[in-house]
Design a protein around this ligand. Sequence first.
Ligand SMILES: Nc1ncnc2c1ncn2[C@@H]1O[C@H](COP(=O)(O)OP(=O)(O)O)[C@@H](O)[C@H]1O
Ligand SMILES: [Mg+2]
Length: 247
Amino acid sequence: MATATIHEDMKTGKPQDMTAEDTLLSIEGVTKHYNTKSTGFLALKGVDISVEKGEFLAITGESGSGKSTLLSILGGIAPPTEGRIVVDGIDIYALPIESQADFRREYIGFVFQQFHLMPYLSALENVMLPLTITKRTDSEMREMALDSLERVGLSDKAANLPSELSGGQQQRVAIARALVNAPPIILADEPTGNLDTKTGADVFDLFEGLNRAGETVIIVTHNPELSSRTGRTVRLLDGLVESDIKR
Ligand SMILES: Nc1ncnc2c1ncn2[C@@H]1O[C@H](COP(=O)(O)OP(=O)(O)O)[C@@H](O)[C@H]1O
Ligand SMILES: [Mg+2]
């Protein structure tokens, strides 16, 4: 399993890391203060959420409530101002910077609203990108990327450029790229936000399938119909958890 490498040497073993057995990820007392030119802004005001392995969690809330901020902090992209993120026993921002990059690669697959594909690379090459800094041969990387494209039903489009794909297909390529390192956690920030209703629902089905196959999936969505299909919905309001409902 991909999770082994940084885990053993980075686990602190301190008492506060001894969370419940099924807890994969915990957000503990997280605040985020943005320094702006005029005044600062407190985007997260103290968020505590604990997520179990295999959960399918939706994060909802109005624009500006802090959803993207929370997801970036969770994914190891931006440190919180206060509090910590513990994933699989690892206090991720206590890691040295280089290990934080290893953490992201091994644990997190990130999917964005705006696909973020390289326009001059084929679907296959886009999916291979996260592998290029690992020590793998070209044929290994191709094989892994093809497997990943197959999981999203796009093996027949491997040679196509993003511009030759529909929006839904581009998002599938982005999902394949997120999956290629076999990370146990998928974070998706409004992944259906740029897609029409039907295409968005299809992409959502894909996340549902990944969750059924064992992935822990955290998805930000404005769409109540979609969020009602997850096992749990956390609603943010002005940087605080307004409700946390398990179904
Ligand atoms: N880099 C930044 N600098 C200053 N303020 C920011 C920055 N990023 C986000 N914010 C502010 O923080 C709040 C939460 O933003 P965000 O997390 O993007 O919310 P959401 O994803 O729920 O729409 C917003 O008021 C936003 O304007
Ligand atoms: Mg956002």
